[in-house]
Design a binder for this molecule. Structure first.
Ligand code: HEM
Length: 463
């Protein structure tokens, strides 16, 4: 019997046979990050006829890793198997890709418009995007592996398929994870990333409960409430897909690090580490600044909220400013309606890009890159307007959010006119003075698109 909305309204036990048909049809990387440190992203344009392109997409589809196969790999690795899972491949279509195939695109309005036509995001004009992103893109394929030579070899293997399908490679983004102490993934400003995620698998919720506790922040989400939509071209009632938001975000690391010091000076904050933590909401090692005024001991927990009666850690923003990146993008109770806030979250699946010639872990600002590195932000959405676009435009870019506090833009990802913001001198001290400082914009959008991750059965049916 086909899965119902109720079946998908709580984290799923993927070993339950009821979910097997859906998971075998669903592309991997949606319910859980694929975990490979090297990924090649090919931006594709369909130059041939639909009849020429479809069989090529079907051949790629045969190689796409399903969610079921991915989860089995993860389970095998956890139980001591040495295997790395090998190269993985995913394939996503844009609205123009569907149109060129002669198919009606899935019906999300933002997806159908395309990212470049969505004015509310305050994105730079397309003329300022990287040239390959400025072109119309019909599809995106991701080829990822634990090492770069294997990923490159798999890419080479795909070239004849693309060629035969009349599919041109318009551009290529290369993702490369930055690993810090303990193998944790960092973004280029130096902060641990990927700690707080909506969890859609019962296993992942159980792990987070055991490691951090979940009584102050509940990371559990039903996949059908946050990521999955029925694939309109699916071959079975259990064919699901998801919308992928893809944004290439360049980071001026030197500028950001210098601004952290300038903020520390301006707000008389003794250590630069806490100044940075007030900007991001966590210290570089992941410790939430709502819980601690210093990053010792390391405590990259996710079990906290800001404003819930009884358990909230910081209802008045005395520890973590209201403008901090993680507070703007997940207010954890600040609006007084935690349930409705949760509807805007999304599973993030990004990976850093760009080579570093400096030692990225050291503190020498002058050696840091001011361009050429950043984050390939990727997030799966059930409804792009309700999730990504709401978060970017109505929270991050909105100086008035959280309402009544007027904290200014999200200093990390906010786009739009910036103004002075207030920063508290001493952590958690209501009597401490606050100082005005304008944190400039060091993340610049260089292009992006909305895609749909169709079900594997649909891709194969194009043969
Ligand atoms: C270069 C750009 C970005 C950087 C450097 C960055 C950095 C970070 C860092 C360091 C964290 C803390 C780690 C964690 O809690 O998982 C984080 C969390 C988060 N980021 Fe970003 N991020 C970027 C772009 C974005 C964008 C574009 C969005 C959405 C519009 C976003 C939404 C979030 C959310 C929802 C969280 C989790 C907040 C929470 O649950 O507490 N980020 N980001």
């Amino acid at each position: 019997m086909a899965l119902t909305d109720t079946d998908l309204s709580v984290p799923i036990d993927w070993r339950d046979a009821r979910f097997a048909p859906m998971l075998a049809e669903l592309q991997g990387h949606i319910l859980k990050h694929h975990g490979r440190d090297h990924s090649i992203h090919l931006l594709l344009r369909f130059d041939g006829t639909a009849e020429q392109t479809k069989p090529a997409l079907a051949r790629i589809g045969e190689n796409v890793l399903s969610a079921l196969a991915q989860l089995r790999q993860v389970a095998a690795r956890k139980s001591g198997g040495a295997q790395d899972g090998g190269t993985v491949i995913f394939l996503y279509l844009s609205a123009s890709g569907y149109a060129k195939l002669g198919l009606t695109p899935p019906d999300d309005p933002a997806f159908r418009d395309g990212m470049r036509h969505r004015g509310d995001l305050a994105d730079p004009d397309v003329s300022a995007w990287e040239p390959h992103h400025a072109e119309a893109i019909d599809a995106l394929t991701i080829i990822a592996d634990v090492n770069d030579t294997e990923a490159a070899a798999a890419e080479t293997g795909f070239l004849p398929i693309l060629d035969a399908g009349g599919i041109a490679i318009v551009g290529r983004d290369v993702g490369r994870a930055l690993r810090g102490p303990g193998g944790k993934g960092h973004e280029h400003f130096g902060y641990v990333d990927g700690i707080s995620q909506p969890l859609m698998l019962a296993d992942d919720v159980a792990d987070e409960a055991a490691q951090m506790g979940i009584d102050r922040w509940n990371p559990a989400f039903g996949p059908g409430d946050i990521a999955l939509v029925r694939d309109p071209h699916g071959v079975s009632p259990d064919s699901f897909g998801s919308y992928l938001v893809y944004r290439k975000l360049e980071q001026d690391v030197r500028g950001f690090k210098i601004a952290e010091r300038a903020l520390a000076t301006a707000a008389h904050i003794v250590d630069r580490e806490r100044a940075g933590a007030m900007v991001v909401g966590r210290f570089e090692n992941g410790t939430p600044v709502a819980l601690s005024g210093s990053d010792m001991p390391a405590n990259a927990t996710n079990n906290f909220n800001y404003a819930e009666p009884a358990t909230g850690n910081d209802p008045d923003g005395l520890k973590c400013p209201f403008q901090a990146h993680i507070r703007k993008t997940n207010p954890r109770g600040d609006t007084g309606d935690g349930d409705s806030e949760r509807q805007h979250l999304m599973p993030r699946r990004g990976i850093p890009f760009g080579e570093r010639s400096d030692v990225w872990t050291n503190d020498i600002d002058a050696t840091k890159p001011d361009h050429g590195v950043g984050l390939i932000f990727m997030a799966f959405n059930q409804d792009i307007g309700r999730q990504f676009e709401f978060t970017q435009s109505l929270w991050a870019n909105n100086p008035g959010f959280v309402f009544g506090r007027d904290p200014g833009l999200d200093p990390v990802i906010g786009q739009g006119d910036r103004d002075l913001q207030l920063w508290r001198e001493r952590w958690g001290d209501a009597t401490a003075p606050t100082w005005p400082f304008q944190f400039e914009q060091f993340v610049h959008m260089r292009g992006g698109e909305y895609y749909f991750a169709p079900s594997i059965g649909f891709l194969k049916s194009l043969a």
